[in-house]
Design a protein around this ligand. Sequence first.
Ligand SMILES: Cc1cc2nc3c(=O)[nH]c(=O)nc-3n(C[C@H](O)[C@H](O)[C@H](O)COP(=O)(O)O)c2cc1C
Length: 149
Amino acid sequence: MKKVLICYDSRTGSTEKMANFIAEGVRIGGCEAELLKISQVKSEKDLAGFDGYIFGCPTYHRDMTGGMKTFLFLGDKAGLAGKAGAAFGSYTHSGDAPGIIFDTMEHVFKMKMISLGSFNLLEHLVTTNEGVRSCQDYGRALSEELNRP
Ligand SMILES: Cc1cc2nc3c(=O)[nH]c(=O)nc-3n(C[C@H](O)[C@H](O)[C@H](O)COP(=O)(O)O)c2cc1C
């Protein structure tokens, strides 16, 4: 079974909730899912051994968090070229972070990015049925792309 690592940052918990719902979707799609907060990732070796990577970050000040920037410098050393990738985050009005992270994964890390693009979810929708389902659908889509022959 293919394995997907979900790494995320979250100050107030909304992006963390998304990460858990996306993990459910990955599993529904037939892959294993592992979750890590970026603070738990100490070296690029912690990123080794997965077929797909989903990075999550909320938008603060129209940007990703400082922690996520540091994490991406570490990701650059992890040799992720050709691996499946996706990016998501919670937001209230501009939602910049997932798109910037998605671009870095695609153009700098040379990953094979999910055809759906990056995934932004309004904070007030995260725990609604619609929000939970859209997170699950996003995770499932990456899983299905990975399992496609
Ligand atoms: C100081 C501050 C700045 C923020 N800046 C933005 C922003 O520029 N764009 C945006 O869409 N949301 C912004 N937000 C809203 C957060 O992205 C939103 O609350 C998000 O759900 C937080 O996710 P988290 O719970 O995973 O930390 C800001 C929130 C705070 C408190």
